[in-house]
Design a protein around this ligand. Sequence first.
Ligand code: PMP
Length: 402
Amino acid sequence: MAIDIFDKYASIEDRHRALLGIGGDPFGVKVDRIISATEALIDGRHTILVGTNNYLGLTFQPECVAAAKAALDTDGTGTTGSRIANGTYDRHTSLEAAFARFFNRQKAIVFTTGYQANLATICGLAGPDDFILADADSHASIWDGTRLSPAETVVFRHNDPEHLDRRLTRLEGKGQCKLVIVEGLYSMLGDTAPLAEFVEVKKKHGAWLMVDEAHSFGVYGAHGRGVAEAQGVEEDVDFIVGTFSKSLGASGGFAVANHPKFDLLRLASRPYMFSASPSPATMASVAEALHQIELRPELRTRIWANAEQLHSGLAALGFHLSAPLSPIIAIRMPDEATAVMAWNRLIESGVYVNLALPGGTPNGACLLRCSVSAAHEPAQIATVLGRFAALASELDSRRQAA
Ligand code: PMP
């Protein structure tokens, strides 16, 4: 008998089955109907969304929706291929110009997902005789980019510039270029990178620095350019990568740089060359969303006020929060079973958050991960806190009973 090709996933299947024994499927939530940036009908229940990464709430922004509709009419539903094969539309060029202008950089490239943006940038920049130095808590798309690159990857401890310094010292005289990769705001715990310190280390060793601002773009910095802007170190960050799928309310990705030869990635990076370019409707809504970010700084004021309300409210309820204030608020749960039970209580009470378990989290953490939006009303956050209060008392009674 041939071995079943899915046998290798037996442990994943078992773990998933155990999880389904506790309640609903946290990794297969079916949205009956999306109502707005902050609400949906899930399992027939009106639900407040607190786990969408829709930071600025622009998914239903009338100007963005109108721009996407108009692009469908003029340019059709898809580009049906990569730009190498099918050419570059005006929309590609103008959107890249808009990103370059937004970041005050010479160069920008857009991609079809943020995941692809990381793959393309990392494997395009780091060649056979180079080294990649990646933060231990990096996102999967960063690790996958390192796997596509022929460069050797060296890991340094999360948010530890001193450890990076030691790693780079050991590599002195070896290889050609050193590419350091960190994120601005980390997606699971909601902690930010000490970029100014990383910049010092990169300068000392003549390395290159790439920052993934997927979660910080639109939220951090006086103009929403991310943590590099907030920490005043943009000049010393060589490459910034980001996504359309969070603050920009669509799907796709971008990379910006000042290097005059950055466009060479278009001829050297396989994820760029061999995948279809973003659709016209996506590019149109993103161009409008960028405009909205420039036009409406109050979106940032609002998301920070909402983050403060949820963060301080959860802290007051006695939850163990994983990081200081940010729009990502992750609550640490003592173990997987409790985390799954708690996630179920919340969804049953009409609150959607992300369940994040070991395998997808740093250091085996079990998390209820919330992300706040500028589109949340303070009253919605108050309702969410009410549901968390009920959860806190249930967790308390269980602890006492144990
Ligand atoms: N980088 C980081 C840090 C992310 O968290 C994500 C996705 N959550 C990505 C890149 C990939 O972006 P996308 O989902 O747009 O492909």
